[in-house]
Design a binder for this molecule. Sequence first.
Ligand code: GLU
Length: 309
Amino acid sequence: MGRFAPSPSGRMHLGNAFSALMTWLGARSRGGSVVMRVEDLDPRCQVPGRAEAIMDDLRWLGLDWDGDPVFQSRRGDAYDEALARLAGLGLTYLCFCTRAELHAASAPHASDGTYVYAGTCRGLSAEEVARRSAVRAPAVRLAVPDADDPAGTVEVDDLVAGRHREVLARECGDFLVRRSDGVTAYQLAVVVDDAAMGVTQVVRGRDLLGSAARQRYLQRLLGLPEVEYAHVPLLMAADGRRLSKRDGDLDLGAIRARGVRPETVVGRLAHAAGLTDSDAPTTPTELLQGFSWDPLRGRGDIPCDGITT
Ligand code: GLU
């Protein structure tokens, strides 16, 4: 079973559309189902109409799903329970670091600009925790094994990216499972929800490959099924940047407003990704025939010029 997991922080862009197409093909080509989960954990995502616009864009592309959408904003109890289990294992601790302290004390991660947490709050005494809790709401972190402990090395066999190996202590350090504003961290929510929804295959953009190791680690700690991953290439704007929600002219709202047909978008996306020999208009259903992950393996970011013009 696959899943769409849009964050309604804005309209979908072509990269989101491509990941969604691959999610659908990955599941439907095996006769599997697809579920819809709206990742609206962040209060800034809880804007009326945003999730509906994304679902409408997916339908417009010819991508369907099974059952009713699940909204992360309504799943707090399940996340609390998982957090309590991690705490019960003695693996969580409160973190009082401010953003500025995090930047000052942490080693920046070379490849993606995130940071490796230095473990600043790991050894705080109970008195210190009580003293700081009185003035500042803490976040919650998961303590990962030291770099020389094999338990903290996670390997993920990705259908597209191949074998990905990470030493958690070096790549991210103790990571957040709950933010200081009380919002469940993305890593934990995803793992809890994928298991609860029966998801077996996770397809998404390559920018989330690093998260797969953290999510696999959480699946193991919580005794949840280990999902299969496929991290697909990202779409690249004409100037070589990766597409983001700021590229408004390449979001589905703008593309649809220009009168571009969904078959044109699907045909050109599939061709740019190497799935088809021609960029003729097509539908997701037509692409099911002979679908394989092979063309995506070893492929760099996909240029998106010409896809919607
Ligand atoms: N909600 C995330 C996004 O829209 C995807 C998370 C995931 O697929 O695990 O980028």
